[in-house]
Design a protein around this ligand. Structure first.
Ligand SMILES: [Ca+2]
Length: 366
């Protein structure tokens, strides 16, 4: 897509409440495990006053001090000096309000202790405009003492397709993987350069999928966020998924979940039919799991043991994974159903015409 507006400038205005400066000796030294605060603004392409109409999101990437790499060219045996950017120290997102943003995060334990300048890259976008900019007005090195109280790795949650997912659910063959992360100090986003990646393993596959680059921090709190990735063509049957993430102090944690993939996404499959509470003296909820991503209809018929119809309930199910239909315990005549045993049938009709019928029992006690 070609944008109709010229690109604006992300200006890094202050680091740790100190205005940015070109004087290297006056630049702040950002130490490992210290909290960094960055204030920035969005300026017009030619500079000048803040674009106060800009409402959107800013993505900041901080890299360590540059690396002087020496590479010997095998053709002529000449050693070349190559300057490379240092490894990623932090990648986090912030809300831009009226052209301004404020970032805050904890520097990772792993950084080079060179006391030399790092780099900060800013990229911002609103509905209509984009902006970019960078700054080298800080140095990286040292470590703050006395911050060793956080010994816990991040809290990790794995979901397939959406956050209604629970372990054991049926999912589509090509589900969207969501990994929510949260840590009291901060998620390690250094990624491949240092080795503390956000990774997930499926089943016994020894090769993980690297989710680090897809991780995006919450705009409200950079200590939490979500990594996501579409997973393609899983085989039918049971699967496990194990995720690992690190915090900025290099504590890690892992979580394991499991799920099932149906033989085909085209056929509707229902599973784990449940009625709760059962027995009940009042209302009860009939629920089951399913593999459908499009809305489908459910007809529930409740019968007495003599076969007479007690109640019918129709519902369109739009959510993924689990369908839940409540019966209020009222019969066709508007009275409370009598004490006793009941049979219910669940007729499921998918958008493609596929149907499935399952049965269960309910006991009413008074
Ligand atoms: Ca932690």
């Amino acid at each position: 897509m070609r944008l109709a507006f010229p690109e604006l400038i992300v200006s890094i205005d202050a680091i740790n409440d100190q205005s940015v400066t070109d004087s290297i000796s006056a630049m702040p030294l950002l130490k490992a495990l210290s909290t960094v605060k960055i204030n920035g603004s969005i300026l017009p392409p030619s500079g000048g006053a803040i674009d106060t109409t800009f409402q959107g999101k800013a993505l900041l990437t901080m890299t360590d001090s540059d690396i002087n790499a020496r590479i010997v060219d095998p053709a002529d045996d000449v050693t070349h000096q190559i300057l490379e950017f240092g490894g990623t120290l932090n990648r986090s997102s912030y809300r831009v309000v009226n052209g301004k943003f404020e970032a805050s995060f904890v520097m990772p334990k792993d950084l080079s202790f060179t006391n030399e300048q790092g780099r900060l890259f800013g990229y911002a976008f609103s509905d209509k405009k984009t902006a970019k900019g960078s700054s080298r007005a800080f140095k990286v090195g040292g470590i703050v003492s006395g911050t060793g109280s956080d010994r816990k790795g991040p809290v990790i949650d794995i979901f397939m397709d959406d956050r209604s997912f629970r372990a054991g659910n049926l999912v589509r063959k090509s589900p969207l993987l969501l990994v929510d992360l949260e840590d009291e100090t901060g998620i390690n986003t250094t990624g491949s350069s240092i080795g503390h990646k956000i990774e997930i393993w499926f089943d016994d596959n020894p090769t993980p999928i690297d989710l680090t680059s897809s991780f995006e921090t919450s705009l409200d709190d950079s200590r939490k966020g979500t990594a996501q990735k579409q997973i393609f063509d899983l085989t039918s049957g049971g699967h496990t998924a194990r995720a690992r993430a690190w915090d900025v102090l290099n504590n890690y944690s892992e979580i394991l979940t499991n799920f099932r993939v149906a033989a085909t996404d085209k056929t509707i499959i229902t599973d784990n039919l449940l009625c709760y509470p059962n027995p009940t003296s009042n209302s009860t909820t009939i629920s089951f799991q399913h593999n459908q991503s499009l809305p489908f209809t459910v007809e529930i018929h409740i019968f007495a043991t003599d076969g007479s119809l007690v109640r019918s309930i129709n519902k369109t199910i739009e959510g993924l994974h689990t369908a839940a239909i409540e019966w209020d315990g009222i019969n066709i005549d508007g009275a409370r159903a009598a004490q006793g045993n009941y049979i219910y049938s669940v007729d499921v009709r998918a958008a493609n015409g596929d149907v499935e019928k399952v049965y269960g029992t309910i006991q009413i006690t008074r």
